[in-house]
Design a protein around this ligand. Structure first.
Ligand SMILES: [Zn+2]
Length: 235
């Protein structure tokens, strides 16, 4: 799954509108970011087999450290510890980010071939929606539109970039998914993970820049985000 990860993860802002979009983007794709790095250093492996699914040629035959069910649980715990003790977030925020990290596996389960390890050496899972390219694309696009719509309702634009930026980013992401699913894209395994890693980082950095162009709006203010700091404290 590509853009669906972003869309579904943005919906967690329903629980806490203070969650930053850029941080959600990193958490949503954390397991894929790990996967790209591990493939590049030779610890995980894939090969490209054109036609192996209707939407892409990914034969993901060895990715136990990034994409197994135990790994998803462990990465969730790592995210929880990093958010709570590294970034000193509140427990609730840290738990939400951990949930976003681990939920990546569940979302992948819907679209992947049976290549996601459940129990090492025993069982692999994957419901194979990638074999229905249009359906998979519509599902992922719907999730992204839903997620971005929520962000737009929860925050207010402070500039023209803030007004249209995130929608344009969403369109660009959907365009990339169209190219991957339906376009004449032929890449080696190494090129695939290199471009994927570049994309994940670029999307997060762009989100980071766009965040500065929107205020938290009514939803954020309701939860007390960025309360005006009194200049003088009267006793
Ligand atoms: Zn993944």
């Amino acid at each position: 799954m590509l853009i669906g990860h972003y869309g579904a993860s943005l919906l967690v802002r329903r629980v806490d509108p203070k969650l930053r979009v850029s941080a959600i983007f990193v958490a949503a794709q954390w397991m894929d970011i790990v996967w790209c790095v591990l493939v590049l250093v030779g610890l995980e492996h894939l090969r490209i087999v054109p036609g192996i699914t209707a939407s892409n040629g990914l034969d993901l035959y060895f990715m136990p450290y990034s994409h197994s069910l135990p790994a998803a649980a462990i990465w969730g715990v790592v995210a929880l510890a990093a958010c709570r003790y590294g970034f000193r977030m509140e427990w609730k925020t840290a738990v939400l980010f951990a949930a976003i990290v681990s939920a990546h596996w569940v979302l992948d389960l819907v679209v992947h071939r049976r290549d996601l390890v459940v129990v090492s050496g025993v069982a692999k899972a994957g419901w194979g929606l990638w074999n229905h390219a249009l359906l998979a694309f519509l599902l992922e696009s719907a999730l992204l539109v839903w997620g971005i719509g929520l962000v737009l309702r929860q925050s207010e634009a402070m500039s023209i970039v803030g007004l249209y930026g995130i929608s344009v980013l969403g369109l660009a992401m959907a365009g990339i998914q169209v190219l991957v699913f339906f376009g004449p894209v032929h890449m080696t395994a190494r090129q695939t993970v290199s471009w994927a890693l570049f994309g994940y980082v670029a999307f997060a950095v762009i989100a980071l820049l766009l965040e500065t162009q929107r205020s938290e709006g009514r939803a954020g203010r309701r939860t007390g985000q960025r309360k005006p700091v009194p200049l003088l404290k009267l006793r």
